[in-house]
Design a protein around this ligand. Structure first.
Ligand SMILES: [Zn+2]
Length: 371
């Protein structure tokens, strides 16, 4: 299984300038290969593939020696990206590839990392003191906030706003699936509490996150009051963007920790199979749903479960909050009713707790049906 692990790096000003230049070369290469491809097609209807592009690149390097500053692998990888963009277009998954602007081209890929089989150092590797290393760049500080687990297959260097990141693509051995239904849990995700488990445990949205989100809302409101294109407006746009990034980072961090702990503690996890896209279309809920990152949470849970040999089951979400988890009696209630009270068997439960018990039940039924 291939996974990405992302770490912040701290290039010096000089290194930043060089990395920025390299991105520029990649982007120019992308754009000119796209132009060449279009020109070729117009002239002769002939394809213009990666190998043609690489041939052209060899010529370009003679003409423009500055292209030799950047290692050749990331520069060649640009053609893989262009091919992917066309593949997506032909499969009707994306629009026709277009010329990339500065802001749209933010990463470069080093398809090999460390040392090759012959023991030669690749363009990017770790130095002896654990920093990121390239002969032209020198050593770049990297914050390895968690260990890199698995064999590094490739490295992506990415610019995000003013920050830089190293994203390692690693290959990990997958443990065999172990099923232990005693360690099974149903999870109901919601807006009031982030997650409620069928064993009654609750996970709130962290306070710092709620605080930041409030700040963000306020900043957005202020922005709407400012005159467009004024100096203050531009300043406020910057502020909103920064807060936005902060909130997104903090949420991601929270979700990583939560999903990690759940995958560690339970062997079978059942969530609702919600079609996030459909839900987001519902305007009223949409803002909070896309913010809550439920799709991201589900993805994290999926690969973390798989990693640990656990199982994630996606259960049909119909009536999970209506039905009584004790006797199955359907108790209709609107979103504002927070407690489930069964008129038939007298069960009284928190609405989300009741839902999570139903989710678990459905998941286990599905599991028994398929095994
Ligand atoms: Zn009941």
């Amino acid at each position: 299984m291939l996974l990405n692990q992302k770490y912040e790096i701290f290039p010096t000003e000089e290194q930043r300038e060089m990395l920025d230049r390299w991105l520029q070369y990649c982007r120019q290469t992308y754009n000119s290969a796209l132009l060449d491809k279009e020109r070729k097609y117009k002239q002769s209807k002939e394809p213009y593939n990666r190998y043609d592009m690489q041939k052209q690149q060899t010529l370009d390097k003679k003409e423009y020696p500055f292209l030799k500053e950047i290692p050749s692998q990331p520069l060649q990888e640009v053609f893989v990206r262009l091919k992917k963009a066309f593949d997506h277009f032909f499969r009707k998954n994306a629009k026709y590839p277009k010329q990339k602007k500065y802001k749209e081209y933010t990463s470069m890929t080093f398809p090999q990392f460390g040392f090759n089989k012959k023991g030669n150092r690749m363009a990017m590797s770790f130095s002896d003191n654990g920093k990121l290393y390239n002969t032209k760049l020198g050593e770049i500080d990297i914050l390895l906030h968690r260990p890199i687990e698995g064999a590094i297959k490739q490295l992506i260097i990415k610019r995000q706003g003013k920050r830089w990141y190293a994203i390692f693509c690693v290959e990990r051995q997958v443990l065999p699936t172990i099923l232990d239904t005693n360690l099974a849990v149903g999870i109901d995700v919601g807006l009031n509490k982030y997650a409620v488990l069928s064993n009654g445990l609750e996970y709130e949205n962290p306070r710092f996150l709620r605080k930041k989100e409030k700040q963000l809302k306020k900043a957005q409101r202020r922005l709407s009051q400012k005159k467009k294109k004024s100096a203050n407006y531009i300043k406020q746009v910057q502020r909103v963007r920064q807060l936005h990034e902060k909130v997104a980072n903090q949420r991601k961090d929270f979700l990583h920790k939560l999903s990690y702990n759940l995958a560690k503690d339970y062997s079978v996890i059942v969530v609702e199979n919600l079609n996030i896209r459909n839900m987001v279309r519902n305007r009223k809920l949409s803002k909070s749903i896309s913010d809550a990152g439920w799709g991201m949470f589900r993805n994290m849970l999926a690969y973390k479960c798989e990693n640990r040999g656990g199982t994630l089951i996606k259960a049909e979400p119909k009536f999970t909050s209506q039905d009584c988890s004790c006797c199955g009696n359907r108790v209709k209630k609107s979103l504002s009713i927070r407690t489930h009270i069964c008129t038939k068997c007298g069960t009284l439960l928190d609405r989300d707790h009741n839902a999570s018990l139903n989710i678990l039940q459905k998941g286990l039924e599905e599991l028994l049906a398929t095994n």
